[in-house]
Structure formats: C-alpha cells, structure tokens
Design a protein around this ligand. Structure first.
Ligand SMILES: [Zn+2]
Length: 351
C-alpha cells in the first residue's frame, strides 16, 4: 500500500506541474508560420476538450487506472474505470478520449483564443516535446508538450543577429520582433550581462536566442587557451544565471578565428554573410537600406544592439522582411532547418 501511495503522489505531482506549466503558457508562444494541417507527415485531427478544468478532474481517474486489481479482473463485476484526458504513465504523457481511447497520431487543442494550446501525440500515443523535424516543418514543442512555434522549412528565412549588447536599446528590437512574431539572436558580451540583465531576459523570454560573444570583447586569437576558455565559460555562466539556459553558439569578436579558437570554443562559430556596417554608419536609414539591398534566403545578418540608430531601424527592417515572406528565425533554428552545426566549425549562412 505504501508503494502505491507513493506512486499516486508522484502522479499527482506530475499532473500538478503539468497544470501549472499549462497555466503559464501562451506568454512565449510565437506566431505559427506553418499550418500543421498541410503537413502530410503528421496526421492531423484536432479535438477540443473542456480545457484546463478537465485536466484536474482526470487526477482521480488516473490514480486508480494504473493498476487494475486482481479482484476486479477476477469478478469482472466492478465497473472498469475509464481513463480520459492527459495521463502520465511511466514518465510518458498520453491522452485519452472521453470514451477512454488512447489518442494516436493526432493534435489535441486545449482552450481557445490566446489561451489555446496544441499538443501532438505520435503513432504510439506519446506526447511530443522538444524539436520535431519533418520534411516541410520544424516544430518546437515545450517540455510540457505545448507547441511553441513552427517554421516552414520550404519558405524563406533569415537570421538577424545583434552583437555587443545587451544594452538599453535591446528592448526596442525585441518589441519589434514580438509584434511581427519573429525571433533574432543576440550575441552578448559577458561583462555587460549583470548590468542589463532585465533587457537580456526580455529578449530570451520573447523566444530570441542568446549567443556568446566573449567576456570583454577581446580578440580570442591573441589569448592563451586557458584565457580563451575563461572568456567563454564566464559568459556562459552569466547568461545561464539570467535566462536559465547556457548559450550553444559562439560569435568570436571581430570574427577573428584561429586553430586555438576552433579547438577550444566547444561550440559552433557563427560568423555572418551580410555586414550592414551599422557600427560604422550609425545611421538608421543606411542600416535599413543595406538590409533591403542584400537580404536573401538563409542569410545571417550582422548588426549591433548597442547602437541606438540600429535599434531604431529594427521595426522597419522586421516589418519589411516579414512582408517579403521571410521568417525571422534564430541562428540555431536556421541550422535546424537547413543543416547541422559542429563545434569549432565556422558558419556564415545556411542556404
Ligand atoms: Zn562584437
């Protein structure tokens, strides 16, 4: 009995955390750029359960459903309990219809409007989490199974990158991205992070990627391997402290790379194929027109969020790229869609 009670508590805890994380959902949800219903690789069928309330109600059913007692089996007299809704079994989450049938190869939609959450259950009925790549679409599910956003792999995409921040101007760019349902990558200088942690957190919470741009913007090629490692590690730790996530990509200051940098980086090295020269012109109009002139599918575009004219260029750049059909993605998302990255390798673009 003791063991059973322990299991019941564990299941209840898992369910409670599911409810809690479901309750806070929706804030970071990006704009869906692809319609999962048109993706032939995933059979789609949505049904709309009663909402969060029904998840809580399922707790009772779930606790008993796991182990049908011998007595029940033997007599067959006791009415069999029907499991419905979300069920966590051996660490995996399933979904059962109102009639108690396990849902397979289906989308489940919970809630409506802004509170709408979509989950996908694969052909074995297991709820998907993390990244799922199909021929046409990249799906990004959160750890609680909620679909965060999708990228249409068959359509144009661009990675806007902003270096040398975070700064007071970072939120201007983040605001423009949120309005358009896009994301960008911010390569931050570690020593600035504690001063501008609020701005950094805003970018992260908006779904942007935070990359490593060294601790103090040194030429990494002039450092010993020990100092180089320290530059990278200190920055990773500073970012992780604010966002809870350690950067997985490095942009070496000045794009300066040698064999020591390559072997000690421990991350892919992200350069760029389009430099807007915003750092030189410090002019909003020039930055905008440079992006419009050079933008092309798979680009990694270089800008700097420590310059106010660059931040002021963001709204028009983002609006224009979106109207031209570009999906604004992070560097890691661009790599997910278009190829793979290896530690110590240099990447300029992903065609
Ligand atoms: Zn820089």
């Amino acid at each position: 009995m003791k063991r059973k009670h322990g299991m019941r508590t564990a299941i209840l805890l898992i369910l409670m955390s599911l409810i809690l994380s479901a309750a806070e959902a929706g804030t970071a949800a990006g704009k869906s750029t692809a319609d999962p219903q048109t993706d032939p690789e995933m059979t789609v069928e949505a049904e709309t359960p009663a909402g969060n309330g029904s998840i809580a109600a399922d707790e009772k059913t779930n606790a008993g459903a796991e182990s049908e007692t011998a007595a029940q089996k033997a007599t067959g007299a006791a009415k069999k309990e029907i499991r419905t809704g979300f069920q966590v079994i051996n660490g995996k989450t399933y979904y059962y219809s109102k009639k108690g049938k396990r849902v397979k190869s289906k989308w489940i939609t919970v809630g409506k409007g802004k509170k709408k959450k979509q989950y996908y259950f694969n052909k074995k009925g297991v709820m998907l989490t993390g990244k799922v790549k199909t021929k046409k679409v990249m799906y990004y599910f959160r750890e609680d199974g909620v679909l965060d956003h999708t990228i249409d792999r068959t359509k144009k995409m661009i990675a806007l990158t902003y270096d040398d921040g975070p700064s007071l101007y970072t939120p201007i760019i983040v605001k423009a991205l949120k309005k358009a349902g896009g994301r960008a990558t911010f390569f931050v200088v570690g020593e600035r992070v504690s001063t501008y942690k609020k701005q950094l957190k805003q970018a992260f919470d908006a779904g942007c990627e935070i990359g490593n741009h060294s601790w103090d913007h040194s030429y990494l090629t002039s450092l010993s391997s020990a100092s180089l490692l320290r530059q990278i590690e200190r920055t990773n730790e500073a970012v992780e402290k604010v966002t809870g996530k350690t950067p997985v990509i490095l942009r070496p200051p000045y794009g300066s790379v040698n064999s020591t940098v390559r072997s000690y980086a421990g991350m892919p090295l992200i350069l760029w194929n389009e430099d807007t020269l915003d750092w030189k012109t410090r002019n909003t109009y020039s930055t905008i027109s440079e992006v419009k002139r050079c933008a092309s599918d798979g680009d990694i575009i270089l800008m700097h969020d420590i310059h106010k004219p660059t931040a002021n260029a963001a709204a028009e750049i983002i609006q224009w790229l979106t109207s031209e059909g570009y999906q604004l993605v992070t560097v890691s998302e661009l790599a997910d869609c278009r190829g793979k990255m290896k530690d110590g390798e240099k990447y300029y673009q992903f065609r």
